[in-house]
Design a protein around this ligand. Structure first.
Ligand code: ZN
Length: 75
């Protein structure tokens, strides 16, 4: 059995699908919210970010305050 932690991690994060971490999430959040408020498909433009928001309360909170802020400015 292979117990090398690096190999185990490699399997966990492998190229199975779009995975967005918190750092990448914060980097793309502005763009994601802009697209969403513009009525475009933000999930297609930033794959995996919506899924990350679903599972990450911290980023979800950031997303909601950003959305309120940007949306508020425009209405
Ligand atoms: Zn996160």
């Amino acid at each position: 059995m292979d117990t090398d932690p690096k190999h185990t991690l490699g399997r966990l994060v492998g190229p199975a699908g779009p995975e967005v971490g918190c750092d990448a999430c914060f980097d793309e959040l502005d763009r994601y919210v802009e697209l969403e408020l513009a009525g475009q498909d933000a999930d297609a433009a930033v794959p995996g970010l919506g899924a990350h928001l679903e599972g990450c309360p911290a980023c979800r909170e950031e997303y909601e305050s950003l959305r309120a802020l940007v949306g508020g400015e425009r209405s």
